[in-house]
Design a binder for this molecule. Structure first.
Ligand SMILES: Nc1ncnc2c1ncn2[C@@H]1O[C@H](COP(=O)(O)OP(=O)(O)OP(=O)(O)O)[C@@H](O)[C@H]1O
Length: 266
């Protein structure tokens, strides 16, 4: 069961209020500098839900994640994190304090530092830091023997594990993951995606992931959004795409046509 289903009625018990979304986005326009890349995007993520953002190269997926994590200013639209609005003045640090973490596409590790140092650097405060690191390591205990190794010497899969454990420090409520499977063997990528699924279910963590490896992601996600040329061209349950993978391709092509029409209109 996902967070989105948690309001389902049970025999003799009134349905509870649906859990408020950890993330709700309406009419997002975003881009780099003055250039708009993402147009009119609506999306939401419920607690305990794993949601994918798919799309071809250059569709605007990373731009969307960077904007929602406060690294780029939104050009227009409303963004709510845990029910509270985010404005242009809400910086990435404030968002992190409110429970948002981003695992960026390049993993953002300090390659010359050890695994332990990479984790310690990301602690908001030193007090209780060791316990927080121990708790985060319970998710991927295979990292523990590597604590003294330099991050740059880890394999791609181990680096991704470190990036994920680092993001889990302090128990976030919402996690963005950009291209987790990039450069990884399918088996390793699949394991990490299943770890995300477990985290979401067990901790009520909302997860929004950008992923090029669609079949692997479809095994673990609840819902899907697809972007093409900066516009949402599909949204719906993952089941729909598992039954009919051709839907996504058709949506991308439809999105291209739509973008071309929009470009001509402007
Ligand atoms: N720093 C930047 N400055 C200007 N334009 C940028 C910048 N970064 C990305 N873009 C442009 O924004 C558009 C969307 O890029 P983005 O990285 O968001 O797409 P994506 O869907 O994540 O692509 P991919 O799957 O290839 O990573 C592209 O046309 C890209 O060239």
């Amino acid at each position: 069961m996902t967070g989105a289903d948690s309001a389902t009625d049970t025999a003799g018990v009134a349905a509870a209020e649906p859990a408020p979304a950890v993330l709700r986005v309406r009419g997002l326009h975003a881009g780099h500098g003055a250039g708009t890349v993402v147009r009119d995007v609506d999306l939401h993520v419920a607690p305990g839900e794993v949601v994918a953002l798919f799309g071809p190269n250059g569709a605007g997926k990373t731009t969307t994640l960077l904007t929602l994590s406060g690294c780029l200013p939104a050009h227009a639209g409303q963004i709510e994190l845990l029910g509270a609005p985010i404005t242009a003045r809400t910086g990435a640090r404030a968002l992190a304090r409110r429970g948002l973490r981003l695992v960026p596409e390049d993993r953002g590790l300090f390659r010359q530092l050890t695994v332990r140092e990479n984790l310690a650097l990301c602690l908001e405060q030193r007090r209780g830091g060791r316990a927080l690191i121990e708790e985060a390591l319970t998710v991927l205990p295979q990292l523990r023997p590597l604590l003294s190794r330099r991050a740059g010497l880890l394999s791609g899969g181990e680096q991704q594990q470190l990036a994920l454990v680092r993001a889990l420090l302090g128990r976030p409520r919402l996690l963005f993951v950009d291209e987790m499977s990039l450069g990884l063997a399918p088996r390793i990528a699949g394991e990490l995606l299943r770890t995300l699924r477990t985290l979401a279910v067990e901790r009520g963590l909302g997860v929004l992931l950008v992923e090029q490896h669609v079949p692997a992601a479809l095994e673990v996600v609840d819902r899907v959004y697809a972007l093409a040329r900066g516009r949402l061209v599909h949204s719906g349950p993952a089941d729909e795409l598992r039954r009919d993978p051709g839907l996504l391709q058709a949506a991308y092509l439809g999105g291209t046509d739509q973008r071309d029409r929009t470009a001509q209109d402007t």
